[in-house]
Design a protein around this ligand. Structure first.
Ligand code: GLA
Length: 433
């Protein structure tokens, strides 16, 4: 959400004239939210008899909460544990309230929130502005907006994803701002994730990103991610093709959401997993993992727990990156400006033949003249050394893979808290020409 830069008088006037576009300045999500979300990996599996370990039940969330707290995730910033669709009973109760499925959530959502909070985590929940959720559970019609916001707040929920299945464009235009006001009115800080733009094609004139930034902390712009590299690529293509619209829309408190991280699942190779993480970080995307933290491989965990990567994703300036080069050789270069005049560079190969040697210079990539940068390889963890803007360098990018750099001007002192990781990284030989 954009900070109001209006004087008091103008603000009062603006509020009086435009009661439906009141900014929800809730002070939340100043950096992209991080955590875990059930949907991509666990979907709407409600058969707890046949599949007790993987069905949508309180047990699944208790177990993932334990993992988030015990395996280092929470301490790196992965704080939200988000229930997606299919958690509720098929009917509202006699008082019109949403209730969790009594068999699968016998202790109720409040008890789950307490459990999660006791472990220093936060709880997210899912609703849908419409007759039904996308999975066919009770939706939040316009007349339910206030009651559902209150219910979520009473349960101790910290984040709401409000989906848009089974509603019209008109209902969405009314309902999404109304939920923002209803959440605000509860007095409980609740991060608000809106699927509104995804239902309206994600682009102007149907989507107004200025209004969205005043209403929602994050928003889904585009299609659902699936467990495949093709799905990741289609999302990357759409977001960077439309970067002129999307990039300026993001900032502290209001983020584009290209959907969950599928690292740790079945569809991505090691290189592709590293690419998803790097590209999501360059996009200043929320880092919402959807994978089984009980069985995740050490290599997937290492990608998701890369400290310098997370530091870049969570950079306080909150500037979304852009694609700046698309080579005929199918190499693409992305840059994200960071605080302290630092930057992140991602060199991405769409090639499918063999590792490719790419040569360029920071001058080619529009970096300021006559500057010397300390370059650190984000995945290898190694500080490569000093690089002048004018110098050519070469690096080798694997098929469907990335090389990611963190660059810091050497004239500036190292900031406290700056992650300088020196991994063993055997066999890493950067080539500086
Ligand atoms: C939509 C959303 C998904 C997920 C499902 C649940 O498709 O975009 O992220 O929440 O609904 O049914």
């Amino acid at each position: 959400m954009r900070t109001m830069e209006l004087s008091g008088v103008v603000l009062v006037l603006a509020l009086a004239l435009a009661p439906s576009s009141v900014a929800l300045e809730n002070g939340l999500a100043r950096t992209p939210p991080m955590g875990w979300m059930s949907w991509e990996r666990f979907r709407c599996n409600v058969d707890c008899q046949a599949d007790p370990r993987n069905c949508i039940s309180e047990q699944l969330f208790f177990e993932m909460a334990d993992k988030l707290a015990e395996d280092g995730w929470r301490d790196l910033g992965y704080k939200y544990i988000n229930i997606d669709d299919c958690w509720s009973a098929k009917q509202r109760d006699a008082t019109g309230r949403l209730v969790p499925d009594p068999k699968r959530f016998p202790r109720g959502i409040k008890a789950l929130a307490d459990y999660v909070h006791a472990r220093g985590l936060k709880l997210g929940i899912y609703g849908d502005l419409g007759i039904f959720t996308c999975g066919g559970y009770p939706g939040t019609m316009l007349e339910h907006v206030k009651l559902d916001a209150q219910t979520f707040a009473e349960w101790g929920v910290d984040m709401l994803k409000l989906d848009g299945c089974y509603s019209t464009a008109e209902e969405q235009a009314k309902g999404y701002p109304e939920m923002a006001r209803a959440l605000n009115a509860t007095g409980r800080p609740i991060v608000y994730s809106c699927s509104w733009p995804a239902y309206q094609g994600g682009l102007p004139p149907k989507v107004n990103y200025t209004i969205l930034a005043e209403i929602c902390n994050l928003w889904r712009n585009y299609d659902d991610i699936q467990d495949s590299w093709g799905s990741v690529l289609s999302i990357v293509d759409w977001f960077f093709t439309n970067q002129d619209v999307l990039q300026p829309a993001a900032g502290p408190g209001h983020w584009n959401d290209p959907d969950m991280l599928i690292i740790g699942n079945f569809g991505l190779s090691y290189e592709e997993s590293r690419s998803q993480m790097a590209l999501w970080t360059v996009m200043a995307a929320p880092l919402l993992m959807s994978t089984d933290l009980r069985t995740i491989s050490p290599s997937a965990k290492e990608i998701l727990q890369n400290r310098l990567m997370i530091q870049i994703n969570q950079d306080p300036l909150g500037i979304q990156g852009r694609r700046i080069v698309k080579e005929k050789s199918h190499i693409e270069v992305f840059v994200r400006p960071l605080s302290q005049a630092a930057s992140a560079l991602v060199f991405f190969s769409r090639r499918t033949d063999m590792p490719f040697r790419y040569t360029t210079s920071l001058a080619n990539l529009h970096f300021p003249k006559d500057t010397v940068y300390e370059v650190q390889d984000v995945y290898a963890g190694k500080i490569i050394g000093a690089l002048k803007t004018a110098n050519n360098f070469s690096l080798v990018i694997n098929p469907s893979g990335v090389v990611m750099w963190y660059l810091r001007p050497m004239a500036l002192p190292v900031q406290p808290g700056y992650v300088r990781q020196q991994a063993p990284g055997e066999g890493f030989h950067p080539i500086l020409l």
